[in-house]
Design a protein around this ligand. Structure first.
Ligand SMILES: [Zn+2]
Length: 749
C-alpha cells in the first residue's frame, strides 16, 4: 500500500483523505476510483482560523490528533489545537464505510477573557486544476441565487475576485443556500455543503489563496460572544466526490436534504394551491411585473398603455414615494409611525390598477430607520450594531433596526397592519431586508445574545410572519410578502422576491463583484435556487428591463430566460425615466431618485414580445413555470447569437452607469419541467430572428412518460400551432423552432 508519511489517513474504496500529523491541516483528498488528487502537494496550509477582536489567527501552542473510530462502520480522526490564550479548538473528520463523502465538525472552548467571533473550519486548501489547464473546470456557488464561473483557478484573484467571505443566509453578498461545487466537466469534482436546517450564521467560501491555489472553507459565527464563551456549531460540513455532471449533480445532492427541512414544511405550491394556503392570483393570473413606478404621482397613462398590449394582469411593486415623510433613494427615509402615515398614494393610480385587474405592493425599506425622525429615540435603542470587522463585500452602511428588539417587532407589525387598513394593499414588498443583511448584532442591551446569528434570523422570520398574519387578518385574504433577494430559510414566509442578476450585464446590484466576468461570459447565472426549490415557492421577479429599443437585443434573451426559469419578467423604473409616450416621459422632479432625462420611446414591438410570454405564463405553461419542478436540461447544439446591451438604469455615479457591450449566448433558451407526476414540459425559446431546426434526443421513458406532442407559441397567433416531430428509433427528434417563438414538447403518461 502506498505510504503517506506524516499523514493520518481516512480511507475506504472510494475516498482517501490525509490530515497532517504536525498541524492538522487537510493535505490529501483523493477520488480512489478516478485517481484524481484534488490537493496540490508541498504548499503550506492552515488547519483553522480563529477570529477574536484582535483578528484572525491560526496560531497554536500545542496540537494533538488521534484516531477516534468509535461509531461502527466509521473512521474518525479527532484534532485539538490549544492556543497561547487558552482556547481549545476541536475538529473532527470522519469517513463512513463505502461512503463517497467526508464529514467535518468543530468547536472552540474559550478559557480566555477574549471574545471569540468566529471559527473557520474545515479549510480545504490548495485545490488545483481538475481538467487540462482548468479549461473545463467550474465553480458553482449559491452566491445570490446561483452563479457559475469557468476556470476559477485562472480567473479568481487572491484578495480580489472570488468568494472569500460569502455570508449565509445573505443572498445579496453571500449565499442563499448552503452548498457549492468545484468540478471538472465529466471528470470529477467536490461538493461542499453545510447541513444546517436551523439558520445559523455561517460563511461558505471559495477563493484563491496566497499560494495561488483555490481554497474552500466554512466559517461558523459565534452565537454568543463574550469572555469565556465558545463556539459550538451543531451541524456537520459535508464534502462529497462528484463525477463532474455539471452543477446539477451537486444540486441534486443538496435538494435531497434541503426539501426535508422546516422551510419546506408548508408543502409544494401545488399542494398549497389546493388547500388555499397561497395567494392563487400571484401564481395563476399575473403575467408580468413592474417595479418602482411612482406610487405618489399620476402614472395612469403608462399603466393603461402596458395593459393595452399585455393581456394578463400585471403585478406592480410601486415605488417608495407614498410615505408621509419622504422615502427616497438619495435623501432620507421615514423613522417611526408618524413618518409613514397618512400615506400619499395617488388615488388615480390605485383606481386604475383595480379597474384593470392589476395588483400592487408598496415598497418599504422596512428595517431602515431615520433616527432623527418620529420616535427616533425608540429607533436608536433598537439599532442593529454591526461588528467592526465585517466579513462581507458589503459594508451594510445603513441605519438598520435590529429585528430581535421588541420595538422593531411591534413597529413592523403595527405599521403594515395600519397600511393594510388605510390603503387595502394587495401585497407588501421589503427592500434591503432580511435577505440582504448580515445576521449579527453586537448590541448588549437588546435581549438577545451578543452575536446571535440564529436569534437574528429567527427574529426576521417572526417579524415577517406576524406582520403578514396581521395584514391578512385585516384583508380577510392572503397578502403576499416579497423581499429583495431570497434565502432558503425564509421560504415559509416569503411569496415572491426581486432579483436583478437575470438582467446582467444590463443590470446592477447582486452579482456586481463578478460583473467583469459576467460581461465576458466567464461567469454566468445558473438557476440553482429554482432547481432546488421552485416547486416550494417564492416567485422570482427579474430582468431589470424597459420597453425601449435602446437597452439592446439582449432583452429578448433575458425575457425568455426569466420565464423559462420560472420567473416573471420585471420592467424597472427605479433609476431612470419611464418610456416616452407621444414624446413625453416622467420628470425627475416627481421621482425618488434624481435621474437624467432620456426620451427613449415606448416600443410596441417589445411589449408584444413580453405579452407572448405573459400569456404563456398564465396559460399553457402555467403548471410548469408557476408550479413545476425544474429538471436537468437536455443537451443539444444550437447556434450562438451576439446580443448587444446598454445599461443606464442605475445610480448616475455608479461605475456601470451607461455601460454597454455585447454578449454571446445560445439562440435557443431551454428548460425542462415536471408538473407533479402528471407531465413533463420541455421548452425551447428561439430568441433570434431566424427559424431554427433542432435535433434533440428526447426519451419520454426516462421520465416515466409515454405520450409526446409539441406546439409552437408565437407572438401573433393567439392559439398554438402544432409542431411536427421527426423521430428516429434512437430518440433523436427533429423539429422547427420558428423565430421569436416558444416550442413546448410535452410528455404525458
Ligand atoms: Zn440587536
Amino acid at each position: 500500500m502506498e505510504k503517506h508519511p506524516g499523514l493520518m489517513l481516512l480511507r475506504n474504496e472510494r475516498l482517501l483523505a490525509g490530515i497532517g500529523m504536525e498541524d492538522g491541516s487537510v493535505r490529501l483528498l483523493r477520488d480512489v476510483r478516478t485517481g484524481i488528487d484534488y490537493i496540490a502537494n508541498a504548499a503550506s496550509a492552515e488547519p483553522f482560523r480563529l477570529e477574536t477582536d484582535a483578528g484572525f489567527s491560526s496560531e497554536f501552542e500545542s496540537f494533538e490528533c488521534r484516531r477516534d473510530d468509535t461509531a461502527p462502520g466509521e473512521a474518525r480522526i479527532s484534532l485539538t489545537w490549544r492556543t497561547r490564550s487558552n482556547v481549545a479548538v476541536h475538529g473532527w473528520a470522519s469517513l463512513a464505510e463505502g461512503a463517497d463523502s467526508l464529514e467535518f465538525g468543530c468547536s472552540a472552548d474559550n478559557g480566555s477573557e477574549e471574545r471569540l467571533l468566529s471559527l473557520e473550519y474545515p479549510i480545504i486548501p490548495n485545490l488545483k486544476e481538475i481538467t487540462e489547464g482548468g479549461e473545463d473546470d467550474y465553480v458553482a456557488h449559491a452566491f445570490a441565487t446561483g452563479l457559475k464561473v469557468r476556470n476559477p483557478l485562472k480567473h479568481f484573484v487572491h484578495g480580489e475576485t472570488g468568494w472569500r467571505y460569502a455570508p449565509y443566509p445573505e443572498s445579496f453578498s453571500g449565499a442563499s443556500m448552503q452548498f457549492f461545487a468545484y468540478y471538472g466537466m465529466n471528470k470529477g469534482g467536490l461538493y461542499f455543503a453545510a447541513l444546517d436546517g436551523e439558520g445559523y450564521a455561517k460563511w461558505l467560501n471559495f477563493y484563491k489563496n496566497a499560494e495561488g491555489f483555490l481554497e474552500a472553507s466554512f466559517i461558523h459565527g459565534c452565537e454568543e460572544m463574550g469572555a469565556g464563551k465558545g463556539i459550538y456549531p451543531v451541524y456537520p460540513v459535508r464534502i462529497s466526490l462528484l463525477e463532474g455532471r455539471d452543477w446539477h449533480e451537486a444540486a441534486d445532492l443538496y435538494k435531497a436534504w434541503a426539501t426535508k427541512q422546516n422551510w419546506c414544511a408548508r408543502g409544494t405550491l401545488a399542494q398549497r394551491r389546493r388547500s388555499g394556503d397561497t395567494a392563487a392570483w400571484l401564481h395563476d393570473e399575473i403575467g408580468a411585473a413592474t417595479f418602482g413606478i411612482n406610487a405618489g404621482s399620476d402614472r395612469t397613462l403608462w399603466l393603461r398603455k402596458y395593459r393595452e398590449l399585455i393581456p394578463t394582469p400585471i403585478f406592480h411593486v410601486l415605488g417608495p414615494d407614498w410615505t408621509n415623510e419622504p422615502q427616497t433613494f438619495y435623501r432620507g427615509f421615514p423613522g417611526g409611525f408618524d413618518d409613514w402615515f397618512p400615506t400619499r398614494f395617488h388615488a388615480g393610480n390605485l383606481a386604475c390598477l383595480r379597474e384593470m385587474g392589476d395588483k400592487f405592493a408598496p415598497f418599504e425599506f422596512d428595517y431602515l430607520y431615520r433616527f432623527d425622525g418620529a420616535d427616533g429615540e425608540l429607533g436608536r435603542a433598537a439599532a442593529q450594531k454591526m461588528p467592526e470587522r465585517i466579513k462581507s463585500i458589503d459594508a451594510y452602511a445603513f441605519p438598520f433596526l435590529c429585528p430581535a428588539h421588541p420595538y422593531t417587532h411591534d413597529f413592523h407589525v403595527r405599521r403594515d397592519e395600519t397600511l393594510q387598513r388605510t390603503d387595502d394593499v394587495d401585497a407588501i414588498y421589503y427592500d434591503i431586508s432580511a435577505n440582504n443583511i448580515l445576521k449579527v448584532c453586537m448590541d448588549e442591551t437588546h435581549g438577545h445574545p451578543v452575536g446571535a446569528g440564529k436569534a437574528i434570523e429567527e427574529a426576521y422570520r417572526r417579524n415577517y410572519a406576524d406582520t403578514k398574519a396581521a395584514m391578512e387578518a385585516v384583508a380577510g385574504q392572503q397578502v403576499p410578502l416579497g423581499t429583495e433577494m431570497m434565502n432558503e430559510t425564509l421560504l415559509g414566509v416569503i411569496d415572491y422576491y426581486q432579483a436583478r442578476a437575470g438582467g446582467q450585464p444590463a443590470a446592477p446590484l447582486e452579482g456586481w463583484p463578478l460583473r467583469e466576468l459576467l460581461k465576458t461570459g466567464v461567469a454566468e447565472l445558473i438557476p440553482m435556487f429554482a432547481y432546488v426549490y421552485h416547486e416550494y415557492g417564492a416567485v422570482r421577479l427579474d430582468g431589470w428591463g424597459k420597453l425601449v429599443e435602446e437597452i439592446g437585443s439582449l432583452y429578448y434573451f433575458t425575457v425568455a430566460r426569466t420565464y423559462l426559469w420560472g420567473g416573471l419578467y420585471e420592467l424597472n423604473y427605479e433609476y431612470s425615466p419611464m418610456e416616452a409616450l407621444d414624446g413625453a416621459e416622467n420628470a425627475a422632479e416627481d421621482h425618488y431618485y434624481p435621474f437624467e432625462a432620456r426620451g427613449y420611446a415606448f416600443s410596441e414591438e417589445r411589449a408584444l414580445y413580453l405579452a407572448m410570454y405573459a400569456r404563456l405564463r398564465t396559460g399553457p405553461a402555467n403548471k410548469y413555470w408557476a408550479y413545476g419542478t425544474m429538471l436537468k436540461p437536455l443537451e443539444f447544439s444550437c447556434p450562438r447569437l451576439r446580443m448587444d446591451w446598454f445599461h443606464y438604469n442605475h445610480g448616475t455615479k455608479s461605475k456601470e452607469y451607461n455601460d454597454s457591450g455585447e454578449l454571446d449566448a445560445d439562440a435557443i433558451v431551454h428548460s425542462a419541467w415536471r408538473y407533479e407526476k402528471e407531465s413533463v414540459g420541455l421548452f425551447f425559446a428561439n430568441v433570434g430572428k431566424e427559424g431554427l431546426i433542432l435535433r434533440v434526443r428526447i426519451e419520454p421513458e426516462r421520465y416515466g412518460m409515454s405520450g409526446m406532442a409539441a406546439w409552437a407559441y408565437g407572438q401573433d397567433a393567439h392559439r398554438p400551432a402544432a409542431i411536427r416531430l421527426d423521430r428516429q428509433p434512437s430518440g433523436e427528434t427533429e423539429f422547427d423552432v420558428p423565430a421569436g417563438s416558444v416550442v413546448v414538447v410535452e410528455l404525458t403518461i
